[in-house]
Write a protein of this length. Structure first.
Length: 221
């Protein structure tokens, strides 16, 4: 009889332990939901979590650009003023036109890259061309790299009426070309209607304004 009583007690302890685990799991899920809701209030959109518990890939250019921006340590538009190679290093100098994060307007930014990146792309950067640069911080070797592997976008035209070529970023968006065009039109309402053939060409003023707005939100938080 005593053994039977102990067995019942053991089962009760096991059931209680399972209940505690479930409670902790529920609180963890609630905490994750609270984090996602907080993120939604900051960014103005409610992130969607897939069945694996991870955020899905960006569904439009604005989300993709914002994701790239958050992973970058230095953000600016600039004109290439010099390209120099020495041993295993290629040094690219930029005259900063619009400093957004990590560098100020009119400053000189020096980008150092491993020369191996230039073997298959000898014209990786060209003097006098302008780029929107979203860069990670320098590595231990002193080399910086574009955020997401694509954060170096060509600029066309002037600062007032020019465009930004986001085709490599658009290629990462997980939608069809038609849906991408529709979403991009909604995201950039101030830009003239776009078609699938020019969806990657975004108005320079609009994109820079978005980047600056995201930076202001960071500063005020």
């Amino acid at each position: 009889m005593r053994c039977f009583h102990l067995s019942l007690c053991g089962k009760a302890l096991v059931i209680a332990g399972i209940g505690m685990v479930l409670a902790v799991s529920t609180r963890a899920q609630q905490s994750l939901a609270d984090v996602l809701r907080s993120s939604a209030m900051v960014n103005g959109t409610m992130p969607v979590v897939d069945t694996d518990g991870l955020p899905p890939p960006p569904s439009n250019l604005e989300d993709a650009l914002h994701s790239l921006y958050t992973s970058a340590d230095v953000v600016f538009t600039g004109e290439v003023t010099a390209v120099e190679r020495s041993g295993d290093t290629v040094t690219v100098r930029f005259q900063v036109l619009e400093g957004i994060r990590g560098v100020s307007d009119s400053a000189t930014y020096v980008l150092r890259e491993w020369a191996g990146l230039w073997v298959d792309e000898p014209s990786r950067y060209v003097v006098k061309e302008q780029r929107l640069m979203l860069l990670r911080a320098n590595s231990a070797c002193g080399y910086a790299s574009p955020a997401g592997g694509v954060g170096a976008f060509p600029l066309h035209g002037d600062s007032a009426q020019g465009s930004i070529d986001l085709r490599w970023l658009a290629a990462q968006v997980s939608t069809s070309a038609q849906n991408t065009a529709q979403l991009a039109t909604q995201a950039f309402a101030d830009v003239a209607p776009v078609t699938p053939t020019n969806v990657a060409q975004m108005d320079r003023v609009v994109v820079i304004s978005m980047l600056r707005a995201w930076h202001r939100m960071e500063v005020t938080q």
